[in-house]
Structure formats: C-alpha cells, structure tokens
Design a protein around this ligand. Structure first.
Ligand code: HT7
Ligand code: ZN
Length: 890
C-alpha cells in the first residue's frame, strides 16, 4: 500500500449534514441502518461520491428512497450520477451488517466480556458503516440502539438520551442525540451489563451536569478516584482556560480490551480499565497518577480535539500535543507543593528523553506534523504526543502564561466547530500576543512542526577575570532524519541562570547594564550566538535549559565539580536532578568504554556516592525528588548517548552501579526505609506517594546489597512487608525488591501474590510484567516468558495481557532481550507475526522494539537484521507492521 501525503490534501467533495444510525446489536451479526443527508461541496469540482468501508457486508443502497446503482473500488463504495437538487442535497440510506464477535483488531464495533464497544479513531468508523471517514466531515448524529434487554441492559451513545423503551422478544432500545456536530472518529456506542457511579455537579455558570463512570458489576468500588479526577478536570478547565463542560451528561466507560489508553468520544469516553479502576488494594500510586492524567487528558479533548478538531490526520498533534500539554499542566496545578510540580516535570521529561528522543533519532523519525504516512495508526507516537506538548509548552514560554490563555481564547473564537490545522493554532497564539517573541519569530518557530530530529545545543562559557564578564556561546545543530538531510535553525527558548562557585544564585546583568530577571529566557534563533553577563567576580557555573525549557540535547563540558555544585545548590529542581543524571551517565560511559572485560565492578566514584548520600539524607528535600535523583539513567537512555551499543555491557555496567549504590549506602538506605515506611492511612497524594516510592527504592537496594553481604534480615523484612502491606504500592514494591534481587523468597511470594489477586485482571498484568521484566542473571528470563505465555491466565488477544508479558520482555528488559544467541529476536519476530494476525496495531507497536538495531554491535546487529528481514518476508503483513519493518530496514 502506498503513502498518503499531506501536500495532497483536498477538501471533501461532499458534506454529510446529518446521520441517523440504527443498530440491531448482535455479536455474530449486527445490522446497521445508516440514513444520511448529504450535500455537494460547491467549492470543489463535481466528482463521484466515494465512501470508505472495511469488512462490511453490504445489503442495500438507496438514494432519495430509490434503489441506486453503485460500484466497488477496492474498499470504497462509489456512487456516480447523483441527483442534483438545487442545493446539491440528497438522502442516502445504506444497510450493512458486520460481525463484532470476530473483530480482534478492536477497531470499529467489537465485543469485550460480552459487552459491545466501539473504537473509531482514526479510521474505525468505516468498519461500522460506509462513510466519508475523515475528520473534516462533521455531522449531527442521532443513534438508536436495539438489543436484548437482559444481556445488554445499558445502551449508550454520544450526547443526550432522548427516548428509551421495550421492544418485542425481550429486546429494548435507546435513542441518543448528540447536540454537537462531530467527525466520525468521535462516534461511540456501548452496550452491556454495566453499572455506573454517578455524580451531579453544578458548574460555575450554574449549569447542572451528570457525570457517570460505567464499569462491570464487581468494579464499582474502584471508581472513586476516576470520578474525583473527572470532577477536578471539569473545575480546572473552567478555572485555567474558561472552558466549561458543554454537555448535560458526561460518561466514562471502562473496557479491559483496548488498543490504547482511552478515547475521547464526545460525551462518551471509552477507557482501558487500566486508566479507570483503582482502589488501594489493587492499584499503585503510579496507577492513581496515570488515571488522573488520562481522565484529564480525555476530558480536555472535549475542547481541544472535539469542539475544534483536526482537518486531516497530519494535524494529529494539533489535538494530541495540545491536550498532553494541558493534562501535564493539570497534574502540575493539582500539586500543592512547588517541589511536587517539579517532580512531575522531571517525570515528563524522562518519558520524552527515553522514548521520544530515540524515536526522533531512528527509522520512524517524523515531524510533529508529518508529511506522509502509510498507516495512520503508526503515528500515534511519542513525537506527536510528547514532543508536540513540548512545542506547545515553548509557545507558552514565549508568550507567558496569561498570553497563552489569551491565545487559547482567540483560538476558540476563531475555530469553534471547525476542523483546522497546526498553523491555525500557532497563528492564533501569536495573534493574541502581537508583541511577543512568538509573533516576531512565528515562521521560524513553526520549524518545530516541519523538521524532525532532536536539536543539540552546544554551549560553552568563558570567564574574563579582568573584565569581570562571563560569556556564553550557544550553538545549535540537528542531525539528518529520514527524508530531511539539512535542517534550518530552530527557535529555542533557553532558560538559564548563573550559580556561584559557593552555590549561590548570581544576579544577571547584561552588557547594557540592565539587570535581567532570573531565570532568564534567552531565545536562540541562530546557528551560533553569544551572550555576556557583567559584574561577575569569579567563574560561575551556568545552569542552562532550566525546567527543560526546550526539547533539545544540551551539551556543555561541565567538570565533575561544577555538576556537584549544581546538584547540591541549583535553585532549579530540574537542573539539580539533571546534574546528578549527567554525573551518572558520565561514569557509565567511562566504564562501558573501559577496555577491561568484564566491566569494572565499581563504575561510580566516591564523590558521586557521597553526593547521593547527601541527597538521600537531605533534611528538606522531599522524598519524591530524592527518589528521582537516586534513580540511575535507564539502559535505554544510556544507549542513546552511544554510537555503538553493546546492550549486555550497558546492562552489566548499570547493574554494577546499582550494586555499588546498594552496598555503599546500606546504612543510609536502612535509615531511609525506616523513616519513610510508615505513612498512616493510604492517600495517593504526591507527598505520601513520594514517601512510598523512596521506601520502596530503599528496600530494593537493601535486598540487592543482601546478595553481596549475605544479609538475611532485609529480604525477610521485604517478605513480611509483602504479606502485611495495606496497599498495592507497598506490597508490589516489596515483591519487586525480592524479584529484582532474585531472592529465594521471591519464589514463595510470586505464587502467593497470584493466588491473592487471581480475579483482578489489572493486578495479574503486574504479576506477569514483573516476571517478564526481571533482571536476567542466567539467561532464564526468555524461558520464563515462554512459560508465562502458557499460563492459563495468559491471553494474546487481550492487549493489556500481551503487553504485560511480551512488551515487558522485548521493549522494557534490554538486558534479557538482547541475547548473544539471538533467541530474544527470534521470539520477537514470532510474536510480531503471530500478533499481526490478531491485532495489527498491537503488533506494529511491538515491531518497534528493534527500531534502533543499526546501532547495535555484533553479533546483535546482524541477528536483529535477520529477525526484521524474517518479519518483512511474510507475505500477508498488515500495513501497520509492514510500514514499521520497511522503515527499519531502509
Ligand atoms: N485520541 C485517542 C487515540 C486512540 C486511538 C488511536 C488509534 C487506535 C486506538 C485508539 N484509542 C485511542 C487517545 C488519546 O490521545 O486520547
Ligand atoms: Zn489524546
């Protein structure tokens, strides 16, 4: 199949004004009657009507009530010679059937646990009926659902319930009208045995709304947090952006079979259970915080995505980048302490750097607004989402928080009810802030949308003692990416400050004698530029890219002493954390490069270990921040710093570093555990979850140290805590500590954990993932993974379960996956092929595990290539997987 290009966009030849859908729901054969009112688009040349459809059985086509002739062109239903009424309008009625029970792709209408669900983004609606399945065709929907009343007591669709009643044969119906026009990708229906938690709220403007969270009958006790998150989201969007809830009823429904996290269908969000269900016995602090983010994210789409949508799928980041930015800001604003905001920022940056930077440097690199794609589902990426959010964040930095809110207001004034582009968004933010750097630099700023790749900022400083000046030279460059050999300079907001050798923040004065506020945001636009600060008495330590003010790699040749100064003193928590990461990466790279084989067992120097001790024991830093500083950079992040990657060497060095921290800080870890282990009644707030995270980290290190020292006390305590814990975070952390140290007690704890939670699917996912992601000490993880796939609770058709075993091994456990005997890659290729026959979207995500194969050293490189070739050679691959492996091999 061939690529679709952004430059080829043309407006649709027809508009669909209204759609009346009537469903007779049946797992084996669902009947869909689709009555549309269409109208020619007078702005484009007359042409036949081409409707998209996929895996549909077509029974009847009527135009203005009469049988009409049509032809099929591939998957498209083509109608020529349409009647030309004066306004170009006509009625079109299409009757089709489909088979939801056999839908394993989970796109369109499918069955999960005996209930019906839909997923229409991006191109799933065409699996329900023939349609102009593109986001710039916005229609008014009326939907009637008919189904067996006993089996499917709850019948939901978008908008308002206007009618319901019983039918013959034990069936019933419900009729829904969505008051807003929408693209087909926002259509949804749900039917099944569900129960709802309800909450009535009154908005600031006095309007009443009904909020509902629907789950399977046994799960009602896990819906409180999702409901609280939804209420907080409604309040936040009103307070921060003046955007109210525009519907009387807003529903969330959870399903355990879902390709992604959740979906923002108008008024009827459908969620992966993973992002809805939580109580303290089954969900960890991370689950709680993810639920808050995802509930917020989908709710915020109601304005950014639904009220204003995308003209075409190349504009996907228009809604996704903006909405990720909004959910990140939401989570930060919910933090009471400034330190908790910083922790959230560090976590977000860590995701960007460990997932998006590699994507931007690999075969799937693409601009935030791509120029072409073969399969749109492959472009729901960290670049579109997380880098897109960083681009929006830079806009906010350039126009200020208030200016950004004004820009949002203008965006909705201009485009409410329309399908628009990334350009339209950027223009609105700039136009609302005519005197801003963004307005001045807009065409250049928009290179963030058009150019792929991570820019590098090369900084150097020179101190002139006689002139008492400090000059920073800042250069930028960006490596080629597929299809883009040469890059033009970006607009890069670089937030910075100067720290004295004594650790104190210096006042910043420029050459003209002006004092500039600290932190100061310097806006880079050139390949190279300098800035000079005056009245500087001694060589300062520059703190550059504070708060990670731009999604770039910062290169500055810091000495260890300078980094230790920043780690101990920087007022910017992000750069304080970053200094520790730089020190750790430096030690790792040195040990990896050392000729000695095996890797030196002591990669960390005393200064680093002492600095970590000071952070751990620090009297005022909070626990969550300490936990982040003490977490070593991931193997993936370390690999990105290298041109040639030996995954086993990286793994060995990082494990040695962990072991060193475990042993050298044993007393400190013991102190940290004792000081943070007891937290009273469970609350998932940032402060207490930080304390649990640090206690968990301490326990892990104490169990690791026990491997060297032969200590039996701490593993025993971990087992005790595993048994007695009052919440899943503490219980799971204790279990993970035993598994990570490969202690004999892990073999007792794991079956016990399974027995305790055998009916909790989401907890079993954790149980599977923990084992598939465990450190590989004797090449036994792959056999364990194969064994897990034979477990009665394993099910390849369930994406969460497949991810918990296969992705945890192939994508999240590099030390176990990259085997010298290539067995990991063979396993990967088997699973990609097997999954592709079931669910191409999930298969294509797995296919990306070998994106970075070209960097691997031998024998890994050749073996990985062979595995990719093996997948690519398969004849009937999906578009999804074919695009990924073709790009990888290119
Ligand atoms: N907008 C949603 C995207 C999504 C999706 C895309 C393809 C296949 C399945 C999917 N489920 C959800 C998710 C979001 O960003 O909110
Ligand atoms: Zn989204």
């Amino acid at each position: 199949h061939s690529a679709i290009h952004r430059a080829d966009y043309t407006a649709p030849a027809f508009w669909i004004d209204t759609v009346e859908l009537c469903f007779d729901l049946d797992p084996a054969k669902t009947r869909v009657l689709n009555k549309m009112r269409l109208r020619r688009n007078a702005d484009v040349p007359a042409q036949p009507l081409r409707l998209d459809g996929e895996e549909l059985n077509l029974a009847r086509v009527l135009v203005n009530g009469q049988g009409a002739s049509f032809k099929m062109d591939g998957n498209q239903l083509v109608l020529e010679n349409l009647p030309a009424a004066e306004d170009g309008a006509f009625d079109l009625e299409i009757f089709t059937t489909c088979c939801p029970a056999k839908n394993t792709k989970l796109m369109g209408l499918y069955v999960s646990n005996d209930s019906f669900f839909t997923q229409c983004e991006a191109e799933g609606f065409r699996r329900i009926t023939y349609f102009l399945d593109r986001p710039d065709v916005m229609a008014s929907y009326t939907v009637t659902l008919r189904a067996d009343k006993a089996k499917y007591p709850v019948l939901l669709s978008n908008g308002n319930l206007v009618e319901q009643g019983t039918l013959d044969d034990g069936r019933h119906f419900a009729k829904w009208v969505d008051p807003f026009k929408k693209p087909s990708y926002l259509f949804a229906l749900v039917a099944g045995q569900l129960v709802g938690r309800e909450q009535r709220i009154t908005a600031r403007n006095g309007r009443e709304h009904l909020l509902q969270v629907f789950v399977r009958p046994g799960d009602l006790d896990k819906t409180e947090h999702a409901m609280n998150s939804l209420m907080a989201s409604v309040a936040w969007d009103e307070a921060r952006f003046g955007l109210p809830l525009d519907l009387e009823r807003f529903m969330i429904v959870a399903t355990s079979d879902f390709n992604m996290g959740a979906m923002e269908n108008k008024g009827l969000n459908i969620f992966n259970t993973k992002y809805v269900l939580a109580n303290q016995a089954t969900a960890t602090d991370t689950d709680y915080s993810n639920i808050e983010s995802v509930v917020g994210h989908e709710y915020f789409h109601n304005w950014t995505g639904n009220r204003v949508t995308c003209r075409d799928w190349f504009q996907l980041s228009l809604k996704e980048g903006l909405t990720v930015f909004r959910d990140q800001e939401f989570s930060q604003d919910l933090c009471r302490e400034p330190s908790a905001r910083a922790v959230k920022r560090i976590e977000d940056v860590r995701v960007l750097r460990t997932a998006q930077f590699p994507e931007d440097a690999g075969p799937m690199a693409h601009p935030v607004r791509p120029d072409s794609y073969i399969e749109i589902n492959n472009f729901y990426t960290v670049t579109i989402y997380e880098k897109g959010a960083e681009v929006v964040r830079m806009m906010q930095t350039l126009v200020g928080r208030e200016g950004f809110a004004k820009g949002m207001t203008l965006y909705f004034e201009r485009f409410d009810g329309q399908a628009v582009t990334c350009d339209d968004f950027a223009q609105a933010i700039a136009d609302a802030n005519p005197d801003s750097d963004l307005a001045r630099l807009l065409p250049q700023f928009k290179r963030w949308y058009s150019q792929a790749g991570t820019p590098r900022v090369h900084a150097s400083g020179s101190f002139d003692a006689a002139a008492r000046t400090y000059t920073l030279t800042l250069g930028q460059s960006c490596a080629p990416t597929p299809g883009q050999a040469v890059k033009e300079p970006f607009v890069i907001p670089v937030s910075l400050g100067l720290v004295g050798a004594d650790g104190r923040e210096l006042a910043l004065r420029t050459m003209d004698g002006n004092t500039v506020p600290s932190p100061y945001t310097f806006v880079m636009t050139q390949a190279s530029e300098t800035l000079t600060f005056v009245d500087i008495d001694a060589e300062p330590v520059p703190s550059i890219l504070r708060g990670f003010s731009a999604p770039v790699v910062l290169e500055f040749d810091y000495s260890d002493e300078q980094l230790l100064t920043l780690l101990a003193n920087d007022i910017d928590p992000f750069n304080r954390w970053e200094a520790g990461q730089r020190l750790a990466v430096r030690s790792a790279l040195k040990a990896i490069a050392a000729v000695a084989d095996p890797a030196p067992l002591q990669p960390l120097n005393t200064a680093y270990i002492d600095a970590m001790r000071s952070v751990l024991r620090h009297p005022t830093l909070d626990a969550a921040f300490k936990e982040l500083v003490l977490t070593l950079p991931s193997e993936t992040y370390i690999a990105e710093q290298l041109d040639v990657v030996d995954p086993q060497r990286i793994h060995a060095v990082r494990e040695a570093m962990r072991g060193q921290l475990a042993v050298a800080l044993t007393d400190d870890w013991a102190w940290a555990f004792d000081a943070h282990a007891d937290n009273g009644a469970y609350q998932p707030d940032p402060l207490s979850s930080g304390r649990r995270a640090l206690a968990g980290m301490a326990l892990t290190h104490l169990c690791l140290a026990a491997r060297t020292t032969g200590d039996v006390v701490w593993p025993g305590k971990a087992y005790q805590r595993f048994k007695d814990a009052g919440n899943m975070t503490d219980r799971f952390n204790a279990l993970a500590a035993l598994v990570a140290s490969d202690h004999a007690l892990a073999a007792q704890a794991l079956p016990r954990f399974h027995a305790m939670f055998k009916d909790e699917a989401l907890v079993l996912d954790k149980w599977f993932a923990l084992q598939a992601g465990a450190p590989d000490r004797a090449g036994n993880i792959l056999p364990a993974v194969r064994q897990l796939m034979k477990h009665p609770d394993f099910n390849l058709r369930n994406p969460n379960r497949a991810r918990s075993v296969i992705f945890s091994y192939c994508s999240a456990n590099p030390g176990a996956f990259h085997r010298p005997d290539a067995a990991g890659y063979v396993f990967w290729s088997d699973r990609v092929i097997e999954l592709d026959g079931i669910n191409p979207q999930v298969a294509a995500r797995l296919a990306r595990a070998l994106d970075r194969w070209k960097k691997l050293t031998e024998p890994y490189r050749s073996a990985a290539r062979e595995a990719l070739v093996r997948v690519a050679a398969k004849a009937d691959l999906s578009n999804d997987v074919r695009e990924v492996v073709t790009r990888a091999l290119a």
